[in-house]
Ligand binder design. Structure first.
Ligand code: TRP
Length: 438
């Protein structure tokens, strides 16, 4: 059967916004601050930044490149580049499956965010509410499967809606609107955070390393966070790369995405920790950090409901531009490999993820399990395979071309040795170390 012409981004900038939209998400604004809080602050950030430089950057280039060269979804990409029915394609299938692990819990958390927006607008949150009151509102939400399912369903419906509209009219158009808005709100909130009395203490927590707090588990968490935050290891970046044109560059576009993602995670820290150290002094709160401590702190201040409103809009935008990339992996797979229409290929997995998310909502702790399973195991494993494939199996001329002809060319060999040796070795060592093997 003849293939339809593949859709492409309208411009290179379109790709950068969309890929940055995928990367910047709950991972930066909800997960990164609480992970940092739980794992000892600045030392975690230091390890995280090392992971970004040695694993994140080389691997995002590799993933985007595999997409660009193959012009396919993750399964099709490995089949096209490695040949039919080789074990490599397992990485592609694992990616499509990982979307069904991540999207349901991601969307439940994004649903919390929508519900908080709703509560802020309808006046459930009022200035003067205490920490205990917010805590009980959050507990009531997370123990109500019905409430959670409604908001999670709403969020998924929006995700499906955007993916339905396609590459240029859906993914690209919405990220080009939502991402600049997100950056404006974040910079505003960070500016505000830095004027608070706890700013100094907050920044100290983020910036002065205490190496004694580093454990093998926190190194694994830093690596997991790096892959999760950059949307790596399951083919999301590969799929976005597949909408580049053959003469676009994967390499230096990816650099922009990594820069934006990292700066935005740090900025989120500059918003959260000054506030935490001004009002509660409890940085190690876990997943409730952004949903309890933060709103409770906002509501101690005059006009706090407006700040809460801005913050939850920010979180919602960030989540939406990421969830569409998770769904797009599955949609692209069904369109390419099973010749489905985009509508069916977006709605069907959307419904499955909705039902799985409802399952999450009914069984509380299960979502933490999915989160860890994906970030600490599935993504690093996927990234390991992608790295070995790009380093050893893919013809070097593709990568050489991609890097060629610009100031970026000097990075070709360092990049190559990263994906060949350094990344696979580091991922394996961090795994073994976390399993307690040495
Ligand atoms: N990177 C996003 C975040 O930080 C989440 C995300 C989108 C993701 N697509 C992904 C994570 C693919 C892993 C794999 O919130």
């Amino acid at each position: 059967m003849e293939r339809k012409v593949r859709s492409h981004w309208a411009s290179r900038i379109g790709f950068i916004w969309a890929a940055a939209g995928s990367a910047v998400g709950l991972g930066n604004i909800w997960r990164f601050p609480y992970m940092t809080g739980e794992n000892g602050g600045s030392i975690f950030i230091l390890v995280y930044l090392l992971c970004v430089a040695l694993l994140g950057l080389p691997l995002i280039i590799a993933e985007v490149m595999l997409g660009k060269i193959s012009q396919r979804n993750p399964v099709g990409a490995f089949q096209k580049l490695a040949g039919k029915n080789t074990p490599w394609q397992l990485a592609g299938f694992m990616g499509v499956l990982a979307a069904f692990v991540i999207l349901p819990f991601y969307s439940v958390v994004a649903g919390w965010c929508l519900s908080f927006l709703y509560k802020t607008i309808t006046g459930v949150f009022e200035v003067g509410h205490s920490m205990a009151e917010i805590m009980s509102i959050f507990k009531q939400l997370t123990s109500s499967p019905i409430q959670q399912s409604v908001f999670h369903g709403l969020f998924l419906a929006m995700t499906v809606g955007i993916v339905l509209a396609g590459v240029q009219k859906g993914l690209q158009r919405w990220t080009e609107i939502l991402m600049p808005a997100l950056i404006l709100i974040l910079v505003g909130l960070a500016g505000y955070g830095l004027t608070l009395p706890g700013a100094q203490e907050g920044l100290n927590f983020l910036l002065s390393p205490q190496p004694e707090k580093l454990t093998s588990q926190s190194i694994l968490s830093a690596m997991g966070q790096c892959f999760f935050s950059l949307s790596l290891g399951m083919g999301a970046m590969l799929t976005y790369g597949s909408y580049l044109r053959a003469n676009d560059r994967a390499s230096n576009s990816s650099l922009w995405v990594v820069l934006m993602d990292t700066v935005i995670a740090l900025l989120a820290g500059f918003v959260v920790f000054p506030i935490v150290f001004t009002f509660t002094h409890e940085p190690a709160q876990g997943p409730g950090l952004v949903f309890v401590t933060l709103p409770a702190s906002f509501l101690q201040m005059p006009g706090g409901t407006w700040i809460a409103l801005a913050f939850f809009i920010l979180l919602f935008f960030a989540a939406l531009t990421s969830s569409i990339s998770l769904l797009e992996v599955v949609t692209a797979y069904f369109i390419d490999e099973h010749k489905m229409l985009r509508s069916a290929a977006a709605i069907m997995p959307g419904v499955v993820c909705f039902l799985m998310g409802v399952g999450c909502a009914y069984s509380g702790g299960y979502f933490d399990f999915l989160d860890k399973l994906a970030s600490n195991y599935l993504l690093p494993l996927g990234a390991l395979i992608i790295s070995l494939f790009t380093g050893w199996k893919l013809d070097k001329k593709f990568a050489k071309n991609d890097f060629g002809g610009t100031w970026f060319y000097g990075f070709f060999y360092p990049w190559l040795w990263c994906v060949r040796i350094i990344a696979p070795l580091l991922i394996t060592l961090i795994f073994l170390n976390a399993l307690g093997i040495f």
